[in-house]
Structure formats: C-alpha cells, structure tokens
Design a protein around this ligand. Structure first.
Ligand SMILES: Cc1cc2nc3c(=O)[nH]c(=O)nc-3n(C[C@H](O)[C@H](O)[C@H](O)COP(=O)(O)O)c2cc1C
Length: 185
C-alpha cells in the first residue's frame, strides 16, 4: 500500500467481525516498529501479543471499554525507560514516551496496510494491566491495541484539522510565510 493511502485511510475501529486475524500478520506489523527512531539508538519499546481470552477480558475491564473484549488479539505496547534515563536524565522520560509514539505509528500504519483494524486505547488503569500481564514495575504501559477485522466497512468520513491550524512560520503563532528578502546583486 502506498504510504499516503495508509496514512489517510487509517482510522479507529471499535467493532470487529468474528474473523480471526492471522497472528503472523500481527507480528509483521510489530516488526515495522523496530524501524522507529530511538534516542541514542536505545530501543525502549516492547509489544505483548495477548490471545488468552481471560487476559483479554481483564484488559477490557482495566480499560473500562467493553469493545476490547470482542477482539481475538490485543497488542499491548510497553516501554522501559531505564537505559534512556541513564543516558539522558529527566529528558530520557520524555524521549521514552515520544519513541513509543513513533514505534506505535509504524505499527498502526502496517496494521492498515495488512487490512486489519485497531484502536489506540490510552485510557486504562495501569496497575490492572500490569497485574494481568506480569509487567515489571519500572516498565510503562503505553497503550492497548485490540486487533481485528472491521465489522462493517464504512466509508471514512473524517474531518481532520486544517493544515493552516497546525502550521507556523519562523515563530510560534506566525501563520504567514514571508518571502525571503531579495539580495541586491
Ligand atoms: C493517546 C491516545 C489515547 C486514546 N485512547 C482511546 C481510548 O481509550 N479509547 C478509545 O476508544 N479511543 C482512544 N483513542 C482513539 C481516538 O479517540 C481517535 O484516534 C480519535 O478520535 C481520532 O479518530 P481516528 O483514529 O479514527 O482518526 C486514543 C487515541 C490516542 C492517540
């Protein structure tokens, strides 16, 4: 799939069909996360594939979002900031969260390319997720991704923010690009 198509067609899906995805496809999508940039080339992100029904139920409960329980698979993205904090101090905490986002976006674009669907779930009780999956104390749970096939393919009708609203030139809030002064020659 073309990169633009994957970027523009990706959307959150919260209703899945009964069709079970091939776990090898999910692993291919996780593989793409390895190519994300990491400060000092220190890889901090880990992915857990969960297919145990009881554990998936616990994750849905931890997130208080029932649609998660319909999924055959849930991928849980985690990150361990220890080495990055050792290298960069407090900034290392920020880098760890940022690079989780970079790795996750690679993963989500590959999910789109594989014609699978997901939804980034960031609302959950972290201690409950950690308990369900034996995640160590020092590791952050970044997000949960229920994976499946969309129940009913709906045309995307997304109203996305205008480019004008996110773009400044040379200074924050400056919305006008002034042409560079011509040099007298
Ligand atoms: C950090 C983050 C946390 C999110 N948490 C949730 C969540 O807990 N539950 C949910 O249904 N959607 C969640 N979403 C999905 C957003 O609601 C969704 O991305 C947004 O409405 C835009 O829709 P789209 O993904 O279809 O473009 C989250 C997205 C992000 C990036």
């Amino acid at each position: 799939m073309e990169l633009d198509k994957a970027i523009q067609s990706r959307k959150s899906v919260r209703k899945f069909s009964n069709k079970k995805p091939d776990w090898r496809k999910i692993i291919e999508c996780i593989n793409a996360a390895r190519y994300a940039p990491m400060a000092g080339n220190n890889y901090t992100v880990k992915f857990i594939i969960v297919d145990d029904k009881e554990k998936i139920k616990k994750l849905a409960k931890a997130a208080q979002q029932n649609f998660i329980a319909q999924a055959h698979y849930v991928v849980v993205a985690c990150s361990n900031p220890s080495r990055t904090i050792n290298s960069y101090g407090e900034k290392g905490k920020t880098y760890t969260r940022q690079q989780a986002g970079a790795a996750i976006q690679n993963f989500l674009l590959k999910i789109q390319e594989a014609k699978l669907s997901s939804c980034w779930v960031g609302h959950f009780v972290e201690s409950q997720v950690k308990r369900a999956l034996s995640i160590p104390k020092e590791v952050n749970v970044e997000a949960l991704f229920p994976i499946g096939y969309e129940f009913e393919k709906k045309p995307t009708k997304k109203i996305k923010i205008d480019l004008d609203n996110i773009l400044y030139f040379n200074a924050y809030s400056n919305t006008k690009l002034k042409p560079a002064k011509k040099l007298d020659v």
